[in-house]
Design a protein around this ligand. Structure first.
Ligand SMILES: [Zn+2]
Length: 397
């Protein structure tokens, strides 16, 4: 199976300058090619990867700085753009700004890469144009390298190898199914009542973040101090991101290890209405206390959790099913009645038609599990569903 391995790079100053240059070139290629695609579309024409790659080769003669970057990384940028345009539509794909998108480029051909371990703590990789680059050997590579992506995160540079680890997908582990909901008070809640959460900001970091943002708002544009503040913010955000990634991987591994089927709400449905402040149906809690910080982080983390679950499921013999999330927080998991009044408070669910009462998030997770079981045909259909399935004449009688 394909998996990712990320290491911290130790560029020499010259290598770092060159890496920035390559990043700039890839960004320029992305933006120019996107602009061209849009212009074509506006007059009813089309241009694609093959044509753009040909033009790129031509452009190198006129722009020597383009030739500084390895041609494969530039072509890969065009391929990524083609994929993005096909998935999201040419006019929805974003520009890459120097400020908002850190340098990132991929070496798609493993024949141009060589990786070796040089000592207990260090490894090195040979990259086109950059030469041998050292990186911190923090974990074994565990397989054959397929490609490599170099990316700047905060102030640091990383290399991520895509590795074929030679493992085969595990057979179904036959363990109990579970429903998972994005909780209000905690990040992840299961139908079995397991709750999992982590603070992504320490109190000190919350204060520091606020102060840095205020500083940024005061500082003059293009000033050196502003750039310094921005760098500090980027470092802080990178730390939070790492913490979140760690939490998601840990949670996903735990869930897929202990369960054979994991039912989650489909991202698209919630995503349209969800914000840091929550929704009408389910307003976010602690919005004032934390200014929605952790909640906003979680809103982002949910997509990451789905990805992590699907990845880990293949290693743990588990399966992930997505279901639409309509009414999961208003429906009673015991009798199936939907009533907004049943939601007594943020945390408590008390059914208005039967005696069921309990944690509101656990109730929602139970509904999600029931919906998943109905979809996969592994459980009884919900009461509401089976009524609809009756032939019309019986219903009329
Ligand atoms: Zn009920």
């Amino acid at each position: 199976m394909l998996t990712g391995r990320r290491y911290l790079l130790a560029f020499t100053p010259e290598q770092e300058t060159l890496a920035e240059l390559i990043g700039d070139a890839c960004r320029a290629v992305w933006n120019t090619a996107l602009e061209q695609r849009r212009a074509y579309r506006q007059r009813g024409a089309f241009t694609g990867y093959v044509e753009q790659a040909r033009q790129l080769a031509e452009a190198k003669k006129d722009f020597p700085w383009l030739a500084e970057a390895p041609s494969h990384t530039l072509q890969q940028t065009l391929r990524d753009l083609e994929k993005a345009c096909k998935t999201h539509g040419t006019f929805k794909v974003r520009w890459r700004s120097k400020r908002k998108s850190p340098p990132s480029f991929r070496f798609p051909d493993p024949r141009h890469l060589a990786v070796e371990r040089v000592s207990h703590r260090w490894g090195r990789v040979r990259l086109p144009k950059l030469g041998w680059v050292r990186f911190r050997w923090t974990r074994p590579l565990g397989g054959r390298v397929r490609n490599a992506t170099v990316r700047k995160d905060g102030r640091r540079w990383y290399i991520a190898f895509c590795v074929e680890d030679g493992l085969v997908e595990l057979a179904p582990n036959g363990k109990a199914p579970v429903g998972v909901d994005r909780g209000v008070k905690v990040a992840v809640v299961t139908s079995g009542g397991w709750m999992c959460d982590r603070e992504f900001f320490t109190p000190g970091e919350t204060i520091r973040l606020k102060r840095l943002q205020q500083q940024l708002a005061r500082q003059r544009k293009e000033s050196t101090r502003r750039a310094a503040t921005r760098a500090k913010l980027a470092r802080l955000n990178a730390r939070i991101r790492n913490r979140r990634a760690d939490f998601l991987a840990w949670t996903a591994n735990r869930l897929t290890r202990d369960h054979g089927l994991i039912v989650v709400e489909d991202l698209k449905v919630k995503n349209m209405t969800a914000s840091a402040k929550g929704t009408m149906e389910r307003p976010g809690s602690r919005v004032r206390q934390k200014a929605g910080l952790n909640r906003a982080i979680l809103a982002k983390g949910w997509g990451g959790l789905l990805t992590a679950l699907e990845h880990k499921a293949r290693y743990n013999g588990s399966r992930v099913v997505r279901v639409p999330a309509a009414y999961t927080s208003q429906r009673c998991s015991a009798c199936g009645q939907v009533d907004a009044k049943s939601r007594e408070s943020q945390a408590v669910f008390a059914c208005t038609s039967c005696t069921y009462a309990g944690n509101a998030d656990v109730n929602a997770a139970k509904n999600i599990l029931a919906a998943g079981l109905a979809v996969t045909g592994r459980g009884d259909l919900a009461i509401g569903r089976s009524a609809k399935r009756q032939p019309p004449e019986t219903r009329a009688a």
